[in-house]
Write a protein that binds this ligand. Structure first.
Ligand SMILES: [Zn+2]
Length: 342
């Protein structure tokens, strides 16, 4: 399976996050990719492929133009104020307030975010663009006949809405790729999001559409981020009704419960009969993940890959979360190996 990767993600480093009331170094850090590269290399799961530049047009198919303009200029505006430290949002609008993009960079950061999870540094925008190109190069490969590919995107994407960043995510790489498949002639696409956290951005982008089925298996938002989306009673709306499926699970869920949800999600995907599928691959379901509360163990990821392979569809894996750095490589490699052997 070809693995698309770029070192440009390294520019997104040295950033912080607000965690349980404290500013701490971000859990979403460059070492994650280094560990994945090492593990997939040791298993000879490649070859590695460089991304091709695709420009911003395919990104603008799912993201608002004013949001992308903000992302591309935010660091310049932040440092114009004389600040030489990472940019972190800290103001948000409440229901009843107006949705206005202020002139002030602090106001803009709040306007275009839903949490303090998207800290920006000098190289963030370049890393984000590289991530989108990695996902789109995966679309190129699948469209030219590859059975599967792995887009090693960083930062992740599934929390990013059309006009809002959050949860470490700036551009929604999986959504950009899904739209690109549609634009290249796919009639039906399915996105299976197996990250520990609900993919609120992906759900939101396709919520009113019947062409892209979105299935999420994730921690119950009653207990876990993103809290305000990802419940079981969100079936899609309008023409998209019936094309969104959430499988929220309680803290402490192990593979027995998680695997049952995967079977149910796979049944939904089979009924959709997609021309192609995307897997938003987060491995923060792992038992020792520092910010998560599921109990999957490393061998379980082999089973996940094998189950996805049984769907027998052209499949693009897109990297999302996973913060147990010492195990992230093993868990990602196990998923891909389980798929290849499945
Ligand atoms: Zn996650």
């Amino acid at each position: 399976m070809k693995i698309i990767h770029s070192p440009r993600h390294l520019g997104h480093s040295g950033h912080v996050e607000l965690m349980n009331g404290q500013v701490v170094p971000a859990f979403e850090k460059p070492e994650r990719v280094a560990m994945i590269l090492r593990a997939v290399g040791e298993r000879q799961l490649g070859p590695f492929v460089d991304p091709q530049a695709h420009g911003l047009d395919p990104v603008l198919k799912v993201h608002d133009a004013d949001f992308i303009r903000f992302l591309s200029t935010a660091w310049e505006l932040w440092t114009a104020d004389g600040r030489d430290f990472p940019a972190l949002p800290s103001f948000w609008k409440a229901p009843g307030m107006r949705s206005i993009e202020p002139e002030s960079i602090d106001g803009k950061l709040g306007h275009f975010s839903f949490d303090a999870g998207c800290c920006m540094v000098a190289g963030t925008w370049d890393a984000v663009q590289a991530g989108a190109d990695i996902a789109l190069t995966g679309v190129d490969l699948i469209s030219s006949g590859e059975k599967a590919a792995f887009a090693l995107c960083r930062p992740p994407g599934h929390h990013a809405h059309a006009g809002t960043m959050g949860g470490y995510c700036f551009v929604n790489n999986a959504a950009v790729a899904a739209q690109s498949f549609i634009d290249r002639g796919a009639a039906r696409v399915a996105i299976l999001d197996v990250d520990y956290h609900h993919g609120n951005g992906t759900q939101s982008i396709f919520y009113a559409r019947p062409d892209v089925l979105v299935c999420n298996i994730h921690a119950d938002p009653m207990q876990e981020f993103p809290y305000f989306l990802g419940y079981a009673d969100e079936p899609g709306e309008g023409p998209g009704e019936g094309f969104n499926a959430n499988f929220p699970l309680r803290w402490g869920t192990d593979y027995e419960g998680w695997g049952a949800a995967l079977d149910a999600a796979c049944a939904r995907i089979e009924a959709h009969a997609p021309d192609v599928m995307l897997v938003s691959l987060g491995v923060d379901t792992y038992k020792d993940d520092p910010i998560s509360q599921f109990k999957l163990d490393s061998p379980d990821y082999l089973k996940i890959g094998a189950r996805i392979a049984k769907l027998a569809r052209p499949t693009l894996f897109v990297m999302e979360g996973g913060y147990a750095v010492e195990a992230i490589g093993t868990n990602v490699a196990n998923t891909l190996e389980g798929f290849e052997q499945g």
